[in-house]
Design a protein around this ligand. Structure first.
Ligand SMILES: NC(=O)c1ccc[n+]([C@@H]2O[C@H](COP(=O)([O-])OP(=O)(O)OC[C@H]3O[C@@H](n4cnc5c(N)ncnc54)[C@H](OP(=O)(O)O)[C@@H]3O)[C@@H](O)[C@H]2O)c1
Length: 370
């Protein structure tokens, strides 16, 4: 009988522990993948340190991890796009409320993926590179294309470039980098922010202008770059992004919508689940969200928090995993950006990589090989 091993989170706030796991069964439209690499996202350590703040439904023990890549070892009924032996990457949704299932968490040797959230990986492309993309591209696509966010037409759907301008605050993040690429592909001009050391990175992705988000003049600089242009909305990434984007959107002509990836509060200080710090962060979270809502309402700006995996329920998921990712991953000219940094090998290395992600990365995506 084939066995499985997972990096378990046994209870809320627990550090990951490697141990035996059930060998998963695949259901309708699901594939079973033998994992060879996982990418690390802020979401992984945020769920670990925040406990029940936003993922109160999680049943423990469970398995975290959103981005996996490897080889298909079994296919469920109705699967038409994959066969055994295919190389794939995919988005794991085991921590979503409607799944809540350890077998669909990424940090394990054998993982169940939804066929619709999986992409083939062409022969010349390493899984370590490809695995950096699923959650970042899904989140960026949700922000740009879902009607509840910026509602742009998908790339290829618009007859010609719109030359409207979208603001991607935090262009050197993984999500921001993908948002720039997708917005440019959809025919929009992009204004972005990053640290000066990442200006080249952001420009190479296609941003027309990039400003230092720590500069005291950043909002005036962005507004000047937007002068006379039609605004297509903002994607707010990074802790200072949402309030700044609301102020900028409030003084812009066009689509005054801000899609928020990062709440205006850091969870990084919650590492050991101390009660006092948890209460402080919860208070700050509530207070800053109320302030954000008030600021948005008074400026007639529409706000919506992004949920990256929500694209599993709409045509945007089909576009990302059925069209966009298969195409770019087969293009020898396409460079993943931010680049992958292999932060360790084996399930035991994942907790250290999550700690390193929490300490801060700059225009890089941490990957663990298995
Ligand atoms: N809602 C969702 O569904 C969803 C899904 C995925 C991610 N997220 C969230 O989206 C954010 C980005 O995730 P990620 O994986 O892309 O992050 P990441 O790559 O780990 O982010 C690191 C980058 O953050 C940038 N940064 C830090 N503070 C910033 C600020 N105040 N303004 C602009 N940029 C700032 C840094 O830029 P420099 O090095 O240039 O300074 C650094 O390159 C996280 O908050 C994450 O939790 C949300």
């Amino acid at each position: 009988m084939t066995t499985n091993t997972a990096a378990w989170i046994n209870h809320k706030h627990a550090r990951l522990e490697t141990g035996a796991a059930p060998y998963p069964e695949v259901g309708e439209r699901q594939i079973l993948v033998e994992t060879s690499a996982v990418a690390i996202n802020p979401l992984d350590w945020i769920i670990q340190v925040e406990g029940n703040l936003t993922y109160g439904w999680l049943r423990y023990p469970t398995v975290l991890g959103a981005d996996v890549g490897g080889e298909v070892v079994a296919v469920g009924g109705g699967v038409s796009r994959f066969t055994i032996g295919d190389r794939v990457v995919g988005l794991c949704v085991g921590t979503d409320k409607d799944r809540n299932r350890g077998a669909e968490g990424g940090f394990q040797q054998y993982v169940v993926l939804d066929e619709r959230l999986s992409s083939p990986v062409a022969g010349g492309r390493s899984i370590e590179d490809a695995v950096t993309l699923p959650l970042a591209v899904s989140t960026a696509a949700a922000a740009l294309f879902q009607p509840r966010h910026l509602g742009m037409p998908l790339p290829g759907a618009a007859p010609s470039p719109t030359r409207e301008v979208v603001l991607v605050w935090g262009g050197s993040t993984s999500v921001g980098s993908q948002a720039i690429r997708l917005a440019v592909a959809a025919g929009y001009d992009v204004i972005s922010t990053a640290s000066p050391r990442n200006f080249d990175h952001v420009s190479r992705l296609g941003a027309a202008s990039v400003f230092d988000y720590r500069s005291p003049t950043v909002e005036a600089d962005v507004r000047a770059a937007l002068a006379g242009r039609r605004f297509a909305g903002a994607v707010a990434i990074g802790q200072t992004g949402a309030p700044a984007c609301v102020r900028i959107a409030g003084r812009s002509a066009g689509n005054r919508t801000v899609a928020i990836a990062t709440p205006p509060v850091s969870f990084a200080t919650l590492a050991d689940g101390r009660l006092g710090e948890r209460a402080r962060v919860t208070g700050r979270l509530i207070g800053s969200n109320v302030a954000l809502q008030v600021a948005a309402r008074s400026r007639r700006v529409r706000l919506a928090y992004i949920w990256g995996s929500s694209i599993k329920n709409d045509g945007i998921g089909t576009y990302v995993f059925g069209s966009y990712l298969p195409t770019v991953l087969a293009d020898p000219e396409y460079r993943v950006s931010p680049a992958a940094t292999v932060a360790g090998h084996g399930l035991e290395a994942i907790q250290g990589a999550m700690d390193r992600q929490r300490a801060g990365v700059s225009a890089e995506k941490l990957v663990v090989t298995l």
